[in-house]
Design a binder for this molecule. Structure first.
Ligand SMILES: [Zn+2]
Ligand SMILES: [Zn+2]
Length: 268
């Protein structure tokens, strides 16, 4: 059983309304002993047009995590993490954020293409082959330069396309995906298994089992499991399936992080 959820959000994130206390209670109920609170911090191509995230936001995140950590001491370890989107667009700002706070764990993500969130694309109107290549090329840039610990939901694009009835499979660009995975493995960066897909229309983890296998073939051995819960009932959801999947692919360990340093924990 995997008892560590390395990707949860709380109401500090713009897309969640759940107080962190509730997320922690959800963890207790699900038998999760450790959570990483990875609230969003997004980078933009044109930061002038968008309201930039500010330090007060990060200060609030850090304070909430500290307070909940004290309240749940002995029951749940509450780690300070962050989900940094589009690292490659504002690398200096991203590096500053990571440097200025005492994070246990940093996620590298990609949510927005040309500053537009992937969920707002009309996949029925787009050249999906071109779009997929572009998506993966941006991920490759993040993989090659970001100072993060694990890359999140590598084939997330299949979720939003799938919701519109369009199938996008990252596996169709095998060479590009393998290049991302080789880059991650060579830099000692991990890969997240995000279980949120199991409770969505795609009914599959991000990334898919095939891509997880390719990561292992590339020599990658740092994996974390995250529910991407934005509500208390989703903390730890799909972890039994994720554990079985990892074991079936030959992974024997998941990684834990403290102050950005991984240790390997046997999957029981
Ligand atoms: Zn994300
Ligand atoms: Zn997330």
């Amino acid at each position: 059983m995997i008892e560590e959820d390395y990707h949860v959000h709380c109401l500090n994130s713009p897309d969640s309304r759940e107080p962190l206390e509730e997320i922690c209670e959800g963890a207790v109920q699900a038998g999760i002993r450790e959570i990483m609170v990875t609230d969003h911090y997004e980078m933009f191509r044109d930061s002038v047009k968008h309201e930039p995230y500010r330090r007060e936001y990060l200060d609030t995140c850090a304070r909430t995590v500290r307070e909940c950590g004290e309240r749940f001491r002995g029951r749940v370890y509450v780690g300070l993490g962050i989900e940094l989107g589009q690292w490659h667009l504002q690398p200096e700002a991203a590096a500053r954020v990571v440097r200025d706070y005492d994070f246990d764990y940093v996620i590298g993500s990609f949510h927005k293409m040309d500053d537009v969130d992937l969920k707002f694309f009309d996949y029925r109107e787009l050249d999906t082959k071109k779009l997929l290549r572009r998506y993966l090329e941006e991920l490759l840039l993040i993989a090659g330069q970001g100072d993060f610990d694990c890359m999140a939901h590598l084939d997330l694009i299949k979720r939003y396309a799938g919701e519109q009835g369009v199938a996008i499979r990252a596996e169709d660009e095998e060479e590009l995906v393998r290049e991302i995975l080789r880059t991650l493995a060579a830099r000692g960066k991990g890969l997240e298994i995000n279980t949120s897909g199991l409770r969505q229309a795609v009914k599959e983890t991000f990334p898919s089992p095939a891509i997880l296998r390719w990561y292992r073939e590339a020599g990658g051995d740092i994996v974390t499991v995250g529910s991407d819960a934005h509500r208390r009932q989703d903390v730890g959801a799909g972890f039994k399936e994720a554990g079985e999947l990892l074991l079936s692919l030959g992974f024997r360990y998941v990684s834990h992080f403290r102050q950005r340093r991984p240790t390997q924990q046997k999957i029981e």
